[in-house]
Design a protein around this ligand. Structure first.
Ligand SMILES: [Zn+2]
Ligand SMILES: [Zn+2]
Length: 1039
């Protein structure tokens, strides 16, 4: 049985962390960080994760190491859950067939019906996460937006004090902290110690010098040389266990709850907490319909005292249990960093039959038992142990994965007793070092390495590994687009050679022979049959020159034509004339992620940066990997500039593809704006706090985050796990406008309500004005849209008249068209092709034409389309749409019985797999089909967003000129990928017995698209952004 470890990622802009895959034939393990981008790197390299049973997280529990975890678990849960569903279906059908046969043979009454019994026996897979303190807490903060069934997730938080106590009490048997059929694991939690720091403390990461408000214990810890993990006044063991079990319950319910979507509970109307979807059962027919009578009072409102509701029995949906938990137990950042020593089990020696015979053991099962390691009885009644009949065994091969975020951790690591233990260290042939910048040059560490020169040392660190392009396909696509249209695209920033990545943290390898060899992606360490470092699997970085050379002459010719057209004096004058009335022509729109549901090879998940010169930068949605995309798009000093300018982040809704990158972006902003300075902060000025809202706004150094209340709650909650800069945010929960009723948006900043219109009472208008001015805008309006609970679309107006509207994910919305009236630019989702209007309706997204229809209804000058399905398309062809009839088929009749839940705890819940539509909240475009004609006279220009596209508002009009080149660019690729895909599909089919129906349907749709492409060249140009079946399954669920 072969086993090896492989480097999936080394630190790059795309993949911030180091992830290793430990491979056994039947089972896989991930070790290292699951940083943002890890999942996408696996998609890129075609590495399937369905066999992963355990993840061993190294380092500290912080977003840099856990940022990709939630996204990855969601995907795994979808894939594994779907597989389980399939198995259950098979088992059920088999049981039914058997039942039929038996009944046929024995007569109906003789055979009892028990088809559910075998179903219950189907094993539900479990994913176990091993890591340090706060890991359960980190996951539990996601309870408002994570809910899956079919795969259990368990968290095993290492408790160092317990295992240390064991070791100190003389129990030196060195029991592993984890063991299964393949491996033994010893976890080591290393605490930081200041003794490791030289006189120069400037390379301590700034975050470790700054204390979080109300957690002086962390600062105090750092004042002492004692490495303590838990300060005085920390909870007792019992308290900790109570807290842990509460958190564990939350996490287990997020993934493996018995709760059912369709469960309705009967309640008295007066007991129903509003807002909620209420149903009523007809006593005669038993049919369920929506309740439309007088409503119970909204919590907190005075209600209509004169008109009390009839207290009848109604049906309401029960919120899923996790969402009911409003607050998690308190915690503070955990400073312990985890490392592991991992070993294969020893191999038993060869069975020697002559010895067994001599000892009087009968041939047969007893011999087999001995080879399996069991003792048996000889003929004379004496016990024979395996050691007596087996040849010399072989120690299992092992390796260590050591994660040292900074030099503070070096002493703690090298002082560990484990290194001296023969039991643990025999067979360990490799140490993988995951090092923070500058750690590699630590003298103590070098001494340790020299002492351990008999093992291989492989280092993964930005000091030793270059910033190569980890997402080859996306990078290659961007290079091709750059060749086509250099005004809109650039070659992604990268360097395949230069180390260290950051100047000044030189690992000093120039003059001395390095004790380390650098990690590379694909590099393997074989453990069995023999321990060996294998470089033949290393995947070389993308050859950008080859990509460049591969450009088709025809495509380049078409692109040159477009370019020449735009250079033509006449065209220039024409364009200038057409755009006379467009404000903010120098505003730049930068597409960082334009795909839906989960990162694919071609497109990352949602994020768009809008740079308004002289005012600031604004980020609209912030999916996983957004910071990485910024670092590919801009050179380091430009990234600093963008972060410095960053004024506000808008999060449209709580689906994972829209917000999981926000913690990293805020952390980078915080580092840039608040402690990027060279001087050391003293204890006194480390916390700048002001409780006067106006004063805070005048500081001009704040970042505004605008979203639904649930998002703000997440930001607040996660701040107790990690100091990522929450204290310096202005978190704003936005209250939606109701344009039909003349109600405009308001915001809550903590308890303070801000209003933006003189007509609105009940809040602070003065603060509202100050806020808008601090944000650099003149108005912000948001409306609820039909997608999922808490989904909002937004319109932002700038003082120069430039108006930007962003849909987020939604069905076409009349309310959005109203607040977006006169938009300069509309950025609208267009997840589905027009042919898939049914899917768009079912999954609460928009089609291309629907998005354009919203633009027409707004009178938008320019429309950019984004959020494309990752399943089958690359770009929708605009030419085909031109002149056609655009239809808006809006929400239509709401099927009450199928209405997804709105919870009693309404503001606290948002679920990715449940689309919520509340007719009271949402104004659909029309209830009847409306036809809007995009006539030739409208001056609305349309562009399609690609990842890494940067376009000035005044140049969106240029985009359409490149369409012929784009069409040609994607044509040949399609054919080639088609055949590759067909091959992999065949392989997939061989492995899987039964594919889920969903997938079959998707294939059907794809088939239709292909036909359409072949027939008419209309509709969509290129298909197959589809990488792995799991994307498809995920896409169907969370987009
Ligand atoms: Zn989305
Ligand atoms: Zn969504």
């Amino acid at each position: 049985m072969r086993s090896y470890i492989e480097f999936l990622t080394t630190p790059t802009a795309d993949t911030q962390g180091t992830t290793l895959l430990l491979h056994f034939d039947r089972k896989r393990y991930l070790i290292g960080s699951i940083a943002e981008g890890t999942q996408r790197a696996c998609v890129q390299r075609g590495i399937k994760l369905t066999k992963v049973s355990d993840i061993f997280l190294t380092g500290r529990t912080e977003w840099a190491n856990t940022g990709g975890l939630i996204g990855m678990i969601l995907t795994l849960a979808d894939v594994v859950g779907t597989q389980t569903e399939g198995t259950i279906q098979n088992v059920r059908e088999k049981a039914e067939r058997l039942l039929k046969r038996q009944r046929k043979a024995n007569g109906d009454e003789q055979v009892e019906r028990k088809p559910e019994e075998p179903v219950a026996a189907v094993e539900r897979p479990t994913l176990t996460l091993h890591g340090g303190g706060n890991l359960t807490h980190t996951l539990a903060t996601g309870r408002r937006f994570v809910f899956r069934k079919g795969m259990a997730v368990e968290v095993d938080e290492h408790e160092e004090r317990d295992s240390q106590a064991k070791a100190n009490s003389g129990d030196r048997k060195w029991e592993p902290t984890f063991t299964d059929e393949n491996i033994k694991v010893w976890a080591m939690e290393i605490s930081p110690s200041r003794t490791d720091l030289g006189s120069d403390a400037s390379h301590i990461p700034a975050t470790s010098r700054i204390r979080r408000k109300n957690s002086s214990d962390i600062f105090d810890e750092m004042q002492t040389d004692e490495p303590t993990l838990h300060g005085p006044g920390e909870p007792t063991k019992i308290e900790r266990h109570q807290k842990d079990s509460k958190l564990k319950t939350v996490v287990s319910e997020m993934f493996n709850s018995e709760w059912r979507l369709d469960h309705l509970a009967e309640k008295s109307l007066s007991e129903v907490l509003m807002p909620a979807a209420i149903f009523i059962r007809d006593p005669k027919t038993g049919k369920i319909s929506e309740y439309s009578g007088p409503m119970p009072q909204e919590a907190g409102s005075s209600g209509d005292q004169n008109n009390p509701v009839n207290d009848i029995k109604v049906l309401v949906r029960q919120p899923w249990p996790g969402a009911l938990i409003n607050e998690l137990p308190p915690t503070s950042p955990s400073r312990g960093a985890l490392s592991y020593i991992i070993k294969n089990h020893p191999q038993r020696g060869k069975f020697m039959p002559e010895k067994a015979k001599a000892l009087g053991v009968r041939m047969g099962t007893k011999w087999a038992d001995l080879t399996m390691g069991k003792s048996v009885e000889a003929i004379d009644g004496s016990m024979v142990t395996p050691e007596m009949v087996l040849g010399e065994g072989k120690e299992g091969a092992g390796f260590a994965v050591v994660d040292l975020p900074s030099e503070e951790y070096v002493s703690g690591l090298i002082d560990r007793e484990e290194w001296k233990s023969e039991v643990i260290m025999s067979g360990v042939g490799v140490i993988v070092w995951i090092l923070g910048t500058g750690v590699g040059k630590n003298e103590k560490l070098k001494g340790f390495l020299a002492k351990m020169s008999h093992v291989n040392h492989i280092v993964s660190s930005p000091d030793y590994c270059p910033n190569y392009l980890a997402f080859d396909t996306s990078a290659a696509a961007t290079i091709q687009l750059f060749q086509l249209d250099p005004a809109r695209f650039r070659i992604p920033i990268h360097d395949n050679v230069k180390v260290p990545q950051v100047e000044g943290s030189t690992p000093e390898v120039k003059n001395e022979p390095s004790l380390f060899q650098a990690a590379e992606r694909g590099k393997r360490v074989q453990l069995h049959p023999i321990l060996e470092v294998q470089d033949q699997f290393v995947e070389p970085p993308l050859n950008t020159a080859n990509v460049w050379r591969s450009a088709s002459e025809e495509v380049l010719h078409l692109a040159r034509n477009a370019h020449n057209e735009l250079q033509d004096g006449e065209t220039k004058r024409e364009i200038a004339q057409q755009q006379e009335d467009i404000p903010g022509q120098d505003v730049e729109i930068i597409a960082l992620g334009t795909g839906s549901s989960l990162p694919s090879k071609y497109r990352n998940v949602s994020a768009t940066l809008v740079r308004v010169p002289g005012v600031g930068s604004y980020l609209f949605d912030c999916g996983e990997g957004t910071l990485g995309q910024l670092r590919r798009m801009f050179r380091a000093e430009e990234v600093s500039e963008v972060l410095h300018d960053l004024k506000a982040i808008w999060i449209s809704h709580l689906h994972a593809d829209h917000h999981l990158g926000i913690a990293s972006v805020i952390k980078a902003w915080h580092k840039e704006v608040w402690n990027g300075r060279k001087h050391l902060r003293s204890r006194d000025d480390s916390v700048v706090e002001s409780h006067d809202h106006l004063e805070v706004l005048q500081e001009k150094k704040r970042l505004f985050v605008l979203s639904d209340h649930a998002m703000i709650q997440w930001l607040n909650e996660y701040a107790s796990v990690e100091d990522y800069g929450f204290d310096k945010l202005v978190p704003l929960s936005i209250h939606s406008a109701k344009p039909a009723k003349g109600i405009s948006s308001k915001m809550n900043w903590g308890d303070v309500l801000l209003t933006f219109s003189d007509a609105d009472g009940g809040g602070s208008r003065e603060l509202g004005k100050a806020l808008l001015s601090a944000m650099g805008v003149s108005d912000v309006q948001a409306v609820d849209v039909e997608h999922c609970k808490g989904s909002k679309a937004v319109s932002i107006t700038f003082p120069n008249g430039f108006k930007f509207s962003y849909s987020g994910d939604c069905r076409p919305s009349k309310a959005f068209a109203a607040i977006g009236k006169g938009s300069t630019v509309l950025l609208h989702e267009a997840t589905f092709d027009d042919e898939l209007r049914g899917d768009a309706r079912a999954k609460k997204h928009s089609t291309t034409s629907e998005a354009l229809a919203v633009g027409v209804a707004m009178g938008a000058k320019r429309v950019l389309l984004t959020h494309f399905s990752q399943r089958y398309q690359k770009i929708p062809e605009m030419e085909a749409v031109e002149g056609q009839v655009l239809e808006i088929d809006a929400a239509g009749e709401v099927d009450v019985a199928r209405l997804p839940p709105i919870y009693a705890e309404d503001n606290d819940s948002a679920m990715p797999d449940v689309m919520v539509s509340d007719p009271a909240l949402i104004a659909p475009m029309e209830t009847n089909v409306t036809k809007i004609k995009k006539s030739a006279s409208t001056d609305m220009k349309v562009g399609v967003a690609f990842d890494f596209m940067r376009v000035k508002v005044g140049e969106i009009i240029h985009l359409e000129r490149f369409t012929p080149a784009l069409i040609r660019l994607y044509e040949p690729q399609e054919v080639e990928e088609e055949s590759q895909e067909a091959k992999s599909e065949v392989q997939d089919n061989k492995q899987k017995t039964k594919k889920p129906k969903r997938e079959a349907k998707a294939r059907q749709i794809e088939g239709k698209l292909d036909k359409k492409q072949n027939d008419a060249r209309g509709g969509y140009i290129a298909k197959s952004g589809r990488d792995e079946p799991q994307e498809k399954e995920k896409g169907a669920v969370i987009a």
